[in-house]
Design a protein around this ligand. Structure first.
Ligand code: FEO
Ligand code: CA
Ligand code: CA
Ligand code: CA
Length: 675
């Protein structure tokens, strides 16, 4: 296997990283051709292939079992699709906006203003709220720590220098000298990461931020430890950390996880685009180490040009991973290897240093979801790699779970597996273990750290199944079945269609689910089926085999969460470039729906304002308060409107720049959300 890879890509697409899986792994096409015949598959991606799949013995059993129970109560009146610049909820429900971008996290930080500096931002809530968890204080349902990921930023909405001005083609304010204002860059860095704030419900029913020693911001500059097998290896040695034990910051924190020992995991998703590596080969063409190339590190410029901050300070220059010094200790060629990980944060210990848990693999981690944990059994968690044609992984700890001693150390030792979905409805977990199968020196792997830093390449070698952009996962607390959203895949060609990803150029996405053999989450075998093929009435299919209706149709599932009563909450992200256009126009703005995992019934619960996506969902322990996030309202603002000082959305303030925020949902009668 070559260690330096020549780059020949299509231009980067905004936000999500471009596809970089050029491996020849089967997409099932050949196997499926034998089973269903290519003609049948092409003709009826919604017909022949799926019908055949659902009649498989394992799946017929699953379907029978699923229909045997009624499932959780879903009691609200569904809301229609909407393009209002507001949050729409069912009759009897109410909403409160909480912690929009720029909210001070303590009693001292400056109030939100477009004039806030980089230093101000370090003590204010970040932007682009995403995955989130409510950690109750002493089991309370009215007092707890809200921990929120901040996935990315929209520089044009962040700086006074940008509003109403023509910007660079990347929508970034750029000086005439081709450099960026360093305080604006710092503000963007500090708007990333994670917010921890104590919130409390007052006697008036309103939730407010309470000043607390645990309130803190973790940003793209916060010092962090590198844990697990990659710690101390050559892959992560930099000028900042010559012994390869530390790095600075976490970026593109998409979804999250909550460990059985009550800490928070934040996941680094589309991190590659924050870096640039302009290294060239002998022929003058871009050439990068495989640790960069297989993840899509850009070859010309980074997404926000942080490395071009005026003055060239080390904290900004580190985003340029091109070779500059004589050795890796003199530059930041290894800086990107410190990203793409799952990061553990203890919200209850404000002085604790976040730790990157490298045994969980390096890829575009959407989120991480734990299986129910039993004392004496290993800890198991699942994570999707959200890029077109990437994979779904699971980690099984080496040591057993003991509630008395459990800690993040459990995540440093264990086996990472990647999923293979067979066309007959069975599947297997393939271990990413150095020395096992093809993961040997003959194939270019030199250690377990090498396998982990190059997780995607290792998974390629094992023949994992290329999926339609795996996003959130969720485990049914009733059956233990694991559900994953597969949001869409514009690039899947008809000959790449297979039962687990059954549609070419999938515009609408689907939700897949599986049951581990013997209901044992450590098992290496499973059976799977498709819970729902999303889309409009002409394109969709629910669990009962019927098309979705006006009250249940949706596109591009992303966020996914089971509440304690087994209601499955589905959130959508149609992508700001595509929403309101073509066949996606029928769905209005991004939304949240509620599904019954037994019957497959789906009802639309909430629609968000213009240009945003709904993401992040959790309730208080009593299930009477729900928190969700509205991310990137107004992202659909055109360049022309922006230059004229107009925004597609003014949510939540009703004027000025749109701001991402958390939304608190309660019932007028104080009842359980969704019931
Ligand atoms: Fe950050 Fe895949 O959504
Ligand atoms: Ca997402
Ligand atoms: Ca998404
Ligand atoms: Ca998105």
């Amino acid at each position: 296997m070559e260690r330096i890879v020549e780059i020949d890509w299509e231009p980067e697409e905004h936000g999500d990283e471009r596809p970089s899986n050029f491996s020849n792994n089967p997409t099932f096409a050949e196997i499926v051709e034998a089973r269903f015949g290519r003609r049948g598959l092409l003709k009826g991606a919604l017909g022949t292939a799926i019908a055949g799949l659902f009649s498989g013995t394992a799946l017929a059993t699953l379907a029978r079992e699923a229909l045997a129970a009624a499932g959780p109560k879903i009691g609200f009146e569904p809301v229609p699709v909407s393009t209002a610049d507001a949050v729409t909820v069912p009759p009897g429900y109410k909403v409160q906006v909480l912690i929009p971008w720029g909210t001070p996290i303590d009693g001292k930080a400056p109030a939100f203003s477009i004039d806030n500096t980089g230093a101000d931002q370090a003590r204010q809530v970040g932007s682009h709220h995403d995955g989130m968890h409510f950690f109750p204080i002493d089991g309370s349902s009215s007092d707890g720590l809200l921990v929120v990921n901040h996935e990315y930023v929209e520089p044009r909405f962040m700086h006074k220098s940008a509003i109403g001005k023509p910007l660079s083609e990347d929508d970034v304010p750029m000086g005439a000298d081709g450099l960026r204002d360093p305080d604006e860059v710092l503000k963007e860095i500090n708007a990333h990461g994670v917010t921890i704030v104590r919130i409390k419900r007052g006697d008036d029913g309103q939730w407010r931020v309470v000043d607390d020693p645990r309130n803190r911001r973790i940003t793209a500059a916060t010092p962090m430890e590198i844990g697990g097998p990659v710690r101390g290896t050559d892959f992560v040695k930099t000028k900042y950390s010559p012994d390869g034990t530390r790095t600075r910051g976490t970026i593109n924190n998409c979804a999250h996880g909550v460990t059985p020992w009550n800490t928070y995991l934040t996941c680094e998703e589309n991190w590659a685009g924050y870096f640039v590596n302009r290294d060239k080969g002998a022929d003058g063409k871009p050439a990068q180490p495989r640790e960069h190339a297989r993840y899509g590190v850009p070859t010309e410029k980074s997404r926000y040009s942080w490395e071009r901050a005026r003055g060239g300070a080390d904290e900004f220059a580190r985003f340029d991973a091109s070779k500059r010094g004589a050795s890796a200790l003199e530059d930041y060629r290894n800086e990107p290897n410190g990203f793409g990980w799952v990061v553990e944060i203890d919200p209850f210990r404000p002085n604790s240093v976040p730790i990157k848990r490298t045994a969980l693999g390096r890829f575009a981690h959407e989120g991480v979801i734990f299986a129910p944990t039993k004392p004496g059994k290993p800890v198991v968690c699942y994570s999707g790699d959200d890029a077109r044609f990437e994979y779904i992984y699971k980690f099984v700890s080496a040591k057993a779970y003991d509630p008395a001693t459990a800690s993040g150390a459990l995540l440093d030792e264990g086996t990472l597996y990647v999923a293979k979905f067979n066309p007959d409805g069975t599947g297997e977990w393939l271990p990413l273990v150095f020395g096992k199968g093809p993961l040997t020196p003959e194939n270019g792997f030199t250690s377990q750290a090498d396998v982990l830093v190059n997780t995607r390449l290792a998974a390629d070698k094992l023949g994992a199944t290329k999926m339609d952009r795996p996003e959130w996962g969720a485990v049914d607390p009733g059956t233990g079945m694991v559900y994953f959203t597969l949001t869409n895949n514009s690039r899947r060609k008809p000959e790449q269609v297979e039962p687990a990803n059954p549609r070419p150029a999938s515009e609408f996405g689907h939700i897949i689910r599986w049951r581990e053999e013997n209901d044992d989450h450590t098992s290496t075998r499973f059976t799977w089926d498709i819970f729902v093929l999303a889309g409009g009435p002409d394109d969709s299919r629910d669990l009962a085999g019927k098309p979705l209706a006006a009250t249940s149709m949706f596109a591009c599932p992303d966020g996914l969460w089971f509440d304690a009563d087994r209601r499955l909450w589905i959130q959508t992200d149609m992508g700001e470039e595509n929403m309101y256009k073509g066949k996606l126009a029928q769905f209005g703005s991004n939304q949240m729906l509620c599904a019954n995992p037994e019957t497959g019934e789906i009802r639309r619960f909430l629609v968000g304002p213009i240009g945003q996506e709904i993401t992040g969902v959790v309730t208080t322990p009593d299930q009477r308060t729900m928190f969700i996030n509205v991310q990137h309202p107004g992202a659909t603002t055109s360049k022309e409107d922006f230059a004229a000082g107009k925004f597609a959305s003014n949510w939540p303030d009703g004027k000025g720049v749109p701001r991402s925020a958390t939304v608190v949902i309660t019932r007028e009668d104080g009842g359980i959300i969704g019931a």
